[in-house]
Design a protein around this ligand. Structure first.
Ligand code: PHE
Length: 445
């Protein structure tokens, strides 16, 4: 971003795509997607997720980018500028949801940091799946360790946001994303050639339609919002730095495609090996952290592969967590005129404290809400309730309150074609009805 014309602008089209894809691709695709898919019936969930990403997901992403491009402010400010103060409540909802998500995102981000170190200290010495699972269990039950790594991860996030999102992180993304991609392709090769891998592939890719329930739809919708960084204002902020003549449809399609691809790749690594090692697909939040080390341990040069993967995974998580902190911090900077330093330090500190119950709830201390661990409950509440509600009002706003501005923002003063008309139709009718129906069905059935 260059600080030209008073307000920043992306230095290139690629800069925007990298930052937006960096925000989208993170723990959501590599940690959350496989474990939620594992718990929600495998391929049936993947199919619903695919459908939602390329209908509601892509439409909402384009819409949010347009809100930012037209409003030229942070989420709350852009909603207010375009729709008046009542609509700024939607932006507020996003700020609150970002608070909650970042609180536990920092915990899992901390796990990635811990696993970089663990790659060198014995994790690769054990190859039985049961031993790797025990190492994971011992780790997450050790409150001090988990909190230490959570604090380290959050300190990294604060540091980057404090320095401004541009420069370093943009350059880092240019290297890390392709490297992660290549490494994942290699791991797919290892995983699908393990004896017994086929069963895992069919669990992940061959849908059993009888498994599709309202709950599966709700989980897939939560995963769509979470993985694409929607409904919180991230894309509004990033869109507000876009030059006037940008191709929003093309950019959104690329970001959605990349995110879906990385999720698919994560599944192609995890499920074949899971079945090959007779692990449980519904194992929950530890799935990625238990399965992958077993795969690495079976490769020559295991320490190198394991450490490299967790370093890249950590950077993928960091480029997402900085976008979450940016949403909250930029509100305090714009609305309360706090300095960037004060906003990032105070907000980052408070969010880290709020993350402590999540950090400890994985085995160190018993903290449950409605039968879920505190972390799972926070995740369920943010992804399956707050995000759909905020997404619902955002599509209503786009489709019914500012449809002309929306279309204009995409065609850059040209004439709308077929694609734009379909998009508007999705925003007006399909998306609100789908979100509402899935939301109600998912909570009841
Ligand atoms: N999309 C990010 C991920 O998948 C998480 C995120 C959600 C980031 C919402 C910003 C906003 O890891």
């Amino acid at each position: 971003m260059q600080e030209a014309k008073g307000r920043g602008e992306w230095s290139s089209k690629l800069g925007f795509i990298l930052a937006a894809a960096g925000s989208a691709i993170g723990l959501g695709s590599i940690w959350r997607f496989p474990y939620i898919a594992g718990q929600s019936g495998g391929a049936a969930f993947v199919l619903v997720y695919f459908l939602l990403v390329f209908t509601i997901g892509i439409s909402l992403m384009m819409g949010e980018i347009v809100i930012g491009k037209k409003g030229r402010l942070n989420a709350v400010g852009s909603f207010r500028a375009l729709g008046g103060s009542r609509w700024s409540l939607v932006g507020w909802g996003g700020v609150i949801a970002s608070f909650i998500i970042l609180s536990y995102y920092g915990v899992i981000g901390g796990w990635t940091v811990a696993y970089i170190f663990k790659s060198f200290t014995g994790l690769m010495g054990v190859s039985a799946a049961g031993d790797v699972a025990r190492i994971f269990q011992d780790f997450i039950s050790d409150g001090w360790q988990v909190v230490l790594y959570q604090v380290l991860f959050m300190a990294g996030t604060v540091f980057v946001v404090f320095r401004g999102v541009s420069g370093g992180i943009e350059r880092l993304c240019t290297f890390c994303m392709p490297a992660l991609f290549l490494l994942m392709i290699l791991l797919i090769g290892r995983s699908v050639t393990l004896p017994g891998a086929m069963e895992g592939l069919s669990f992940f890719l061959k849908p059993d339609f009888s498994k599709i329930t309202g709950k599966v739809f709700l989980s897939a919708m939560g995963q769509t919002f979470f993985s694409l960084s929607l409904a919180l204002g991230v894309m509004i902020i990033y869109g507000s730095y876009l030059p006037d003549d940008s191709n929003i449809l093309g950019a959104s399609a690329q970001i959605c495609f990349l995110t879906f691809l990385v999720s698919l790749m994560a599944g192609l690594i995890i499920f074949p090996s899971l079945f090959a090692f007779s692990l449980e697909p519904g194992a929950g939040a530890g799935l990625t952290f238990i399965t992958l080390p077993v795969v690495f341990a079976k490769m020559p040069g295991s320490v190198f592969w394991s450490a490299s993967f967790f370093v890249l995974f950590f950077f993928a998580a960091l480029t997402s967590s900085i976008s979450l902190l940016e949403v909250v911090a930029s509100y305090f900077i714009d609305a309360l005129s706090w300095s960037r330093r004060k906003a990032t330090l105070v907000v980052g500190g408070v969010i880290t404290l709020m993350g402590l119950p999540s950090a400890l709830s994985q085995g160190a201390v018993e903290i449950t809400v409605f039968g879920l661990s505190f972390l799972d409950a926070a995740d369920f509440f943010a992804s399956n309730i707050l995000m759909p509600v905020s997404g619902f009002f955002t599509v209503l706003f786009l489709g019914w309150w500012i449809p002309d501005a929306v279309v204009d923002g995409v065609v850059n003063s040209g004439t709308p074609g077929m694609k734009e008309r379909v998009w508007l139709w999705i925003l007006k009718i399909i998306a609100p009805i789908c979100i509402l129906v899935i939301f109600i069905a998912g909570l009841r059935w």
